[in-house]
Design a protein around this ligand. Sequence first.
Ligand SMILES: [Zn+2]
Length: 623
Amino acid sequence: MLHTDRRGILVLAAVMPFAASSLPALAQAASGTAAGDWDLSDIYPDWAAWDAARKGVLDALPRLAAYKGHLGDGAEAMAKAMVDMSDVTKTAVRVYVYSSLSADADVRVAENQERRGQSADMFTALSEATSWTSPEILALGKDRVEGFIAENATLKTRFAFGLRDTLRGAEHTLDTAGEAIMASAGAPLAGPSDVRGQLVASDIPRPTVTLSDGTEMRLDDQGYTLARGTANRDDRKKVFAEFWDSYAAFSNSLGAAYASKIKGDVFRAKTRNYPNTLAFALDGPNIPEGVYRTLVDETNKGLPQLHRYFDLRRRILGLPDIGYYDIYPPLVSLGRKFNLDEMRTITLQALAPLGPEYVGLLTEATTKKWMDPRPRPGKTSGAYMNGSIYDVHPYLLLNLGEDYDGLSTYAHEWGHAIHTLLSKKQNPYETYSYATFIAEIASTVNEVFLSRYMMERAKTKEEKLFYLGQQLENARGTFYRQTMFAEFELKAHELAENGEGLSGRKFAEVYMDLLRRYHGPNMILPDNVAHEWSYISHFFRGTPYYVFQYATSISAGTWFAKSILDGGKAEREAFISVLKAGGSDYPVEILRKKAGLDMTKPDVYRGFVATMSDTMDQIEALL
Ligand SMILES: [Zn+2]
């Protein structure tokens, strides 16, 4: 799942048998052998054992299909069927993850790609064998299902939340024929993302620029991310001019693809009886619309602090004015390197405020072979934690560099892993898997603690400026930029919902208005950066309105870090209890009930903006 320009792909499996339609880990491309520094034999000793387990799942499918029509036979009959479906799903996830991790460890090994394909096919077959469960539960109705839950301890402790969640979706679930049509519509609805993928990967001609030191760079998306922070301003201007021109030239095609994606979203929302696409998208994890609206309102109120940051950046970089091409070079550079042992030691010390239970788990976990830390030829790129196998520990695939970004990724991904371990302590398989909305809070808290720890120990002015600058860049990229994306998505969908015309030109116009508002009157915005919206692959795939969760996560993560540092044991325990709650309730409810944090209210976002302001005060004091 990582997405836009954030890291931390979290892979979660569908855990309820009646929700097994979504494949785990399909978001990742790539595949490969059981290479790597991690020990996958904790999952299966060899491929023969894996294949036996896979066949075991397939053999169980006729038995699962035969429960159809019998969930209403009684509480015990329902419990028996649910347990059987859940157990088979749990094994299926294990089969899938083993092949997926092996495939990612070396994408060049064709057999492992094929094995992952076999796992995916197995999942599709499982999904087909159990697709009748939601309609059948809905047909039984709330009263009978509640009666069964009251009568049966297994239903009560393991399945109640999932059953009630299914019932909650009653008015948005179609009849069996309707659901079959929606399932078949999945492939054509993914068309716009495929079209954009082809344009970006092959059809758009990519420019090559010669930088002032003579280096030639081909500006594909990866080349752009490497070149945009270069120290020479004329080089940056050249990189931006050429790169965004290449997107601008395909504005009509990219616009048509996005218009088509939006119409697909409108179709899905209407068919499922939602008033609009936002209500449709937020209903899955049951996030109140107020979270989205409050985030956008408060971010707008906090824009003067973002503008202050840009001016501060201009002064530190010694520029006469500031343009969109001046955002990426670091305020100061830090030569410091961190090896793996140092990353571990620093992370453990930085997270000490989280208390003995958390630190104890992390201390032990980091001695085990759960992690494949370094880049290697053939290994898939990026970083993720996979905690989808309930009966086995989490695994971490990382590509750590030796710089601060590597250290920060280490702390981030271990945040996901410890979250998973804590959730497993308290939850059965059916409710241990947590929502994305909460997942990125656990990882962000670690980044906040790490940054504060490094800042407190920084010896020179340059070091301090580096860590404070990192905090500001995080605030810009994760809070402001993602909320700006959220506004763009909303505006683009509203155009469609109001029957207005959609085109690349229109999207660029909307995006440019947002860029102006977010970046303030002093930011120089070249015309062609209006096409940046089409660079964000996330807009084109899956359920819309995803990226706002990065902004809510960094706000909540900062809130927790502050409450723990200002408070004490009670605040720390509240945070741990949020992690332990896993997926036993809806994410916004977990935060409210366990920690008194209301994500629909302005305070958490105001607190974030205040922290950013404080960071800038610290920088001003150093200058
Ligand atoms: Zn993450």
